[in-house]
Design a protein around this ligand. Structure first.
Ligand code: SAM
Length: 287
Protein backbone atom coordinates (compact mmCIF):
# COMPACT_ATOMS: atom_id res chain seq x y z
CA UNK A 1 0.00 0.00 0.00
CA UNK A 2 1.22 3.49 -0.83
CA UNK A 3 2.43 5.44 2.20
CA UNK A 4 0.37 8.53 3.06
CA UNK A 5 2.11 11.87 2.62
CA UNK A 6 2.60 13.88 5.82
CA UNK A 7 1.15 17.30 6.62
CA UNK A 8 2.88 20.58 7.37
CA UNK A 9 1.45 22.29 10.46
CA UNK A 10 2.20 25.99 10.95
CA UNK A 11 1.93 26.46 14.67
CA UNK A 12 1.67 29.93 16.19
CA UNK A 13 3.62 30.30 19.42
CA UNK A 14 3.75 33.11 22.03
CA UNK A 15 5.29 36.49 21.22
CA UNK A 16 6.46 36.92 24.81
CA UNK A 17 4.05 35.43 27.31
CA UNK A 18 4.43 31.64 27.50
CA UNK A 19 0.74 31.24 28.32
CA UNK A 20 -0.31 32.59 24.92
CA UNK A 21 -0.59 29.27 23.13
CA UNK A 22 -3.70 27.30 22.24
CA UNK A 23 -4.54 23.82 23.58
CA UNK A 24 -4.65 22.66 19.99
CA UNK A 25 -1.16 23.98 19.31
CA UNK A 26 0.29 22.14 22.32
CA UNK A 27 -1.46 18.92 21.31
CA UNK A 28 -0.28 19.25 17.71
CA UNK A 29 3.34 19.79 18.82
CA UNK A 30 3.08 16.62 20.92
CA UNK A 31 1.54 14.60 18.09
CA UNK A 32 3.73 15.45 15.10
CA UNK A 33 6.84 13.44 14.21
CA UNK A 34 9.17 16.42 13.95
CA UNK A 35 9.21 20.10 14.93
CA UNK A 36 11.23 22.48 12.75
CA UNK A 37 12.31 25.39 14.98
CA UNK A 38 13.85 28.70 13.97
CA UNK A 39 16.08 28.39 17.03
CA UNK A 40 15.98 25.05 18.83
CA UNK A 41 17.45 26.48 22.05
CA UNK A 42 14.94 29.31 22.17
CA UNK A 43 12.02 26.96 21.50
CA UNK A 44 13.25 24.48 24.13
CA UNK A 45 11.93 26.83 26.85
CA UNK A 46 8.43 26.62 25.41
CA UNK A 47 8.60 22.91 24.64
CA UNK A 48 9.89 22.06 28.15
CA UNK A 49 7.22 24.24 29.74
CA UNK A 50 4.49 22.22 28.01
CA UNK A 51 6.32 18.89 28.36
CA UNK A 52 6.54 18.43 24.62
CA UNK A 53 9.12 15.73 23.89
CA UNK A 54 8.90 15.66 20.09
CA UNK A 55 12.15 15.60 18.12
CA UNK A 56 13.29 19.01 16.86
CA UNK A 57 15.43 20.21 13.99
CA UNK A 58 16.62 23.69 13.09
CA UNK A 59 15.12 25.60 10.19
CA UNK A 60 16.19 29.22 9.93
CA UNK A 61 16.93 32.13 7.59
CA UNK A 62 20.40 30.83 6.68
CA UNK A 63 19.48 27.23 5.83
CA UNK A 64 15.87 27.74 4.71
CA UNK A 65 16.20 26.71 1.05
CA UNK A 66 18.07 23.41 1.52
CA UNK A 67 16.33 22.63 4.78
CA UNK A 68 12.87 23.24 3.35
CA UNK A 69 13.68 20.80 0.52
CA UNK A 70 14.84 18.22 3.08
CA UNK A 71 11.69 18.66 5.18
CA UNK A 72 9.51 18.35 2.09
CA UNK A 73 11.19 15.04 1.30
CA UNK A 74 10.51 13.81 4.82
CA UNK A 75 6.84 14.82 4.54
CA UNK A 76 6.64 13.02 1.20
CA UNK A 77 7.85 9.94 3.03
CA UNK A 78 4.95 10.26 5.48
CA UNK A 79 6.32 12.40 8.34
CA UNK A 80 4.06 15.02 9.92
CA UNK A 81 6.07 18.18 10.51
CA UNK A 82 5.24 21.26 12.59
CA UNK A 83 7.09 24.50 12.10
CA UNK A 84 7.50 27.05 14.86
CA UNK A 85 9.47 30.28 14.79
CA UNK A 86 10.92 32.41 17.57
CA UNK A 87 7.67 34.26 18.02
CA UNK A 88 4.17 34.40 16.62
CA UNK A 89 2.76 32.97 13.44
CA UNK A 90 5.22 31.16 11.15
CA UNK A 91 5.31 32.63 7.68
CA UNK A 92 4.73 36.23 8.79
CA UNK A 93 8.05 38.05 8.21
CA UNK A 94 10.04 34.95 9.08
CA UNK A 95 11.56 31.91 7.32
CA UNK A 96 8.29 29.94 7.55
CA UNK A 97 7.25 31.41 4.20
CA UNK A 98 9.81 29.42 2.18
CA UNK A 99 8.79 26.07 3.69
CA UNK A 100 5.12 26.75 2.95
CA UNK A 101 5.99 27.61 -0.64
CA UNK A 102 8.03 24.46 -1.23
CA UNK A 103 5.50 22.22 0.54
CA UNK A 104 2.61 23.55 -1.56
CA UNK A 105 4.65 23.14 -4.74
CA UNK A 106 5.24 19.51 -3.78
CA UNK A 107 1.52 18.96 -3.24
CA UNK A 108 1.83 18.56 0.53
CA UNK A 109 -1.11 19.49 2.71
CA UNK A 110 -0.42 22.68 4.67
CA UNK A 111 -2.52 23.85 7.57
CA UNK A 112 -2.16 26.72 10.04
CA UNK A 113 -3.02 26.65 13.74
CA UNK A 114 -3.88 30.28 14.49
CA UNK A 115 -2.51 32.16 17.46
CA UNK A 116 -0.46 35.25 18.30
CA UNK A 117 1.13 37.54 15.77
CA UNK A 118 2.78 40.84 16.66
CA UNK A 119 1.12 42.70 13.77
CA UNK A 120 -2.44 42.02 14.91
CA UNK A 121 -1.63 42.35 18.62
CA UNK A 122 -0.06 45.79 18.07
CA UNK A 123 -2.68 47.08 15.66
CA UNK A 124 -5.58 46.05 17.87
CA UNK A 125 -4.28 48.07 20.83
CA UNK A 126 -2.88 51.04 18.89
CA UNK A 127 -6.06 53.11 18.81
CA UNK A 128 -5.33 53.91 15.15
CA UNK A 129 -7.75 52.91 12.43
CA UNK A 130 -7.65 49.14 11.90
CA UNK A 131 -10.38 49.02 9.28
CA UNK A 132 -7.85 49.25 6.45
CA UNK A 133 -4.17 48.73 7.04
CA UNK A 134 -1.04 47.85 5.11
CA UNK A 135 1.54 45.52 6.63
CA UNK A 136 5.05 46.26 5.38
CA UNK A 137 6.88 43.87 7.73
CA UNK A 138 10.56 44.83 7.80
CA UNK A 139 11.42 47.47 5.21
CA UNK A 140 13.77 46.02 2.56
CA UNK A 141 17.51 46.28 3.28
CA UNK A 142 18.43 46.79 -0.36
CA UNK A 143 18.85 50.57 -0.90
CA UNK A 144 16.83 50.83 -4.09
CA UNK A 145 14.00 48.61 -2.89
CA UNK A 146 13.91 50.48 0.40
CA UNK A 147 13.64 53.83 -1.32
CA UNK A 148 10.80 52.52 -3.47
CA UNK A 149 8.98 51.08 -0.43
CA UNK A 150 9.31 54.38 1.44
CA UNK A 151 8.15 56.25 -1.66
CA UNK A 152 4.99 54.13 -1.82
CA UNK A 153 4.18 55.02 1.79
CA UNK A 154 4.08 58.73 0.99
CA UNK A 155 0.55 58.60 -0.47
CA UNK A 156 -0.69 55.69 1.68
CA UNK A 157 -4.05 56.44 3.28
CA UNK A 158 -4.30 53.13 5.16
CA UNK A 159 -2.74 52.61 8.59
CA UNK A 160 0.85 51.39 8.11
CA UNK A 161 2.35 48.59 10.22
CA UNK A 162 6.11 47.94 10.29
CA UNK A 163 8.38 45.56 12.15
CA UNK A 164 11.73 46.93 13.25
CA UNK A 165 14.68 45.90 15.40
CA UNK A 166 15.76 48.26 18.21
CA UNK A 167 19.23 48.87 16.72
CA UNK A 168 17.73 50.08 13.43
CA UNK A 169 14.71 52.01 14.68
CA UNK A 170 16.35 55.46 14.73
CA UNK A 171 17.58 55.20 11.16
CA UNK A 172 14.19 53.94 10.01
CA UNK A 173 12.38 56.76 11.80
CA UNK A 174 14.70 59.32 10.17
CA UNK A 175 13.89 57.85 6.75
CA UNK A 176 10.18 57.82 7.55
CA UNK A 177 10.38 61.44 8.69
CA UNK A 178 11.87 62.44 5.33
CA UNK A 179 8.81 61.01 3.58
CA UNK A 180 5.99 61.38 6.10
CA UNK A 181 7.07 64.46 8.08
CA UNK A 182 5.57 64.74 11.54
CA UNK A 183 3.06 61.93 11.07
CA UNK A 184 1.39 60.43 14.16
CA UNK A 185 2.58 56.98 15.20
CA UNK A 186 2.62 54.35 17.92
CA UNK A 187 5.60 52.35 19.06
CA UNK A 188 4.24 49.08 20.49
CA UNK A 189 7.01 47.58 22.59
CA UNK A 190 7.50 44.29 24.38
CA UNK A 191 3.96 43.13 23.68
CA UNK A 192 2.54 40.56 26.10
CA UNK A 193 5.67 40.94 28.28
CA UNK A 194 6.24 42.58 31.67
CA UNK A 195 7.23 45.96 30.24
CA UNK A 196 4.65 46.10 27.46
CA UNK A 197 3.88 49.65 26.37
CA UNK A 198 2.28 51.56 23.52
CA UNK A 199 3.95 54.94 23.12
CA UNK A 200 1.99 57.63 21.30
CA UNK A 201 4.20 60.00 19.33
CA UNK A 202 4.76 61.93 16.17
CA UNK A 203 7.85 60.83 14.20
CA UNK A 204 10.04 63.75 15.47
CA UNK A 205 8.85 63.12 19.04
CA UNK A 206 9.76 59.44 18.77
CA UNK A 207 13.23 60.39 17.50
CA UNK A 208 13.72 62.82 20.39
CA UNK A 209 12.49 60.18 22.84
CA UNK A 210 14.99 57.60 21.57
CA UNK A 211 17.82 60.14 21.96
CA UNK A 212 17.07 60.19 25.69
CA UNK A 213 15.95 56.55 26.03
CA UNK A 214 18.02 54.12 23.96
CA UNK A 215 15.62 51.82 22.09
CA UNK A 216 15.23 48.39 23.66
CA UNK A 217 13.12 45.30 23.14
CA UNK A 218 10.94 44.11 20.31
CA UNK A 219 8.78 46.68 18.63
CA UNK A 220 6.07 47.23 16.08
CA UNK A 221 5.68 50.69 14.53
CA UNK A 222 2.19 51.80 13.54
CA UNK A 223 1.75 54.96 11.51
CA UNK A 224 -1.44 56.82 10.80
CA UNK A 225 -2.35 56.82 7.12
CA UNK A 226 -2.50 60.06 5.15
CA UNK A 227 -5.88 61.83 5.46
CA UNK A 228 -7.84 61.13 2.23
CA UNK A 229 -8.43 64.88 1.64
CA UNK A 230 -4.69 65.51 1.94
CA UNK A 231 -3.96 62.62 -0.44
CA UNK A 232 -6.41 64.13 -2.91
CA UNK A 233 -4.89 67.61 -2.57
CA UNK A 234 -1.40 66.20 -3.21
CA UNK A 235 -2.63 64.24 -6.20
CA UNK A 236 -4.09 67.43 -7.64
CA UNK A 237 -0.88 69.34 -7.00
CA UNK A 238 0.99 66.62 -8.83
CA UNK A 239 -0.75 67.18 -12.17
CA UNK A 240 -1.59 70.85 -11.94
CA UNK A 241 1.65 71.99 -13.59
CA UNK A 242 1.51 69.25 -16.23
CA UNK A 243 0.34 69.45 -19.82
CA UNK A 244 -2.68 67.29 -20.65
CA UNK A 245 -0.37 64.85 -22.45
CA UNK A 246 1.84 64.51 -19.36
CA UNK A 247 -1.23 64.11 -17.20
CA UNK A 248 -2.61 61.27 -19.34
CA UNK A 249 0.85 59.66 -19.52
CA UNK A 250 1.04 59.74 -15.74
CA UNK A 251 -2.03 57.50 -15.53
CA UNK A 252 -0.81 55.28 -18.34
CA UNK A 253 2.43 54.68 -16.44
CA UNK A 254 0.25 53.57 -13.52
CA UNK A 255 -1.19 50.83 -15.74
CA UNK A 256 -4.29 52.41 -17.35
CA UNK A 257 -4.90 52.19 -21.08
CA UNK A 258 -5.14 55.48 -22.97
CA UNK A 259 -8.95 55.62 -22.85
CA UNK A 260 -9.07 55.08 -19.10
CA UNK A 261 -6.22 57.54 -18.58
CA UNK A 262 -8.05 60.20 -20.60
CA UNK A 263 -11.19 59.63 -18.54
CA UNK A 264 -9.24 59.91 -15.28
CA UNK A 265 -7.48 63.09 -16.41
CA UNK A 266 -10.79 64.58 -17.54
CA UNK A 267 -12.27 63.77 -14.11
CA UNK A 268 -9.33 65.43 -12.32
CA UNK A 269 -9.63 68.58 -14.43
CA UNK A 270 -13.39 68.74 -14.35
CA UNK A 271 -13.62 68.74 -18.16
CA UNK A 272 -15.20 66.29 -20.60
CA UNK A 273 -13.31 63.39 -22.15
CA UNK A 274 -13.95 64.99 -25.52
CA UNK A 275 -12.00 68.10 -24.44
CA UNK A 276 -9.05 65.94 -23.49
CA UNK A 277 -9.28 64.01 -26.76
CA UNK A 278 -9.36 67.23 -28.76
CA UNK A 279 -6.29 68.54 -26.94
CA UNK A 280 -4.39 65.31 -27.56
CA UNK A 281 -5.28 65.31 -31.24
CA UNK A 282 -3.78 68.79 -31.42
CA UNK A 283 -0.72 67.53 -29.59
CA UNK A 284 -0.37 64.69 -32.08
CA UNK A 285 -0.75 67.03 -35.03
CA UNK A 286 2.02 69.21 -33.62
CA UNK A 287 4.37 66.22 -33.05
N1 SAM B 1 6.18 35.75 12.86
C1 SAM B 1 6.16 36.81 13.82
C2 SAM B 1 4.73 37.32 14.03
O1 SAM B 1 3.80 36.59 13.68
O2 SAM B 1 4.55 38.40 14.54
C3 SAM B 1 7.11 37.94 13.46
C4 SAM B 1 8.53 37.52 13.29
S1 SAM B 1 9.62 38.83 12.95
C5 SAM B 1 11.08 37.93 12.62
C6 SAM B 1 10.01 39.51 14.50
C7 SAM B 1 9.47 40.93 14.68
O3 SAM B 1 8.14 40.88 15.19
C8 SAM B 1 10.24 41.75 15.70
O4 SAM B 1 11.38 42.37 15.13
C9 SAM B 1 9.21 42.77 16.13
O5 SAM B 1 9.12 43.80 15.16
C10 SAM B 1 7.93 41.92 16.09
N2 SAM B 1 7.66 41.34 17.42
C11 SAM B 1 7.75 40.05 17.77
N3 SAM B 1 7.41 39.90 19.07
C12 SAM B 1 7.10 41.13 19.54
C13 SAM B 1 6.70 41.65 20.81
N4 SAM B 1 6.54 40.85 21.86
N5 SAM B 1 6.47 42.98 20.92
C14 SAM B 1 6.63 43.79 19.86
N6 SAM B 1 7.02 43.36 18.66
C15 SAM B 1 7.25 42.06 18.49
Amino acid sequence: MEKKTGTLYLVATPIGNLEDITFRAVQCLKDVDLIACEDTRHSKILLDHYEIRTRTTSYHEHNKYEKAAELVLQMQQGLNVAVITDAGTPGISDPGEELVKQALQAGIEVTSLPGPSAVVTALSMSGLSSRRFVFEGFLPMDKKERKAALGRLEQETRTIVLYEAPHRIKKTLEELQAVLGDRELRICRELTKKYEEVLPFTIPEALAYFEQNPPKGEMVVILKGLEPEEAQARETARWQDMSIREHVDLYMRQGMDEKEAMKAAAGDRGVSKRDIYRELKVDKAED
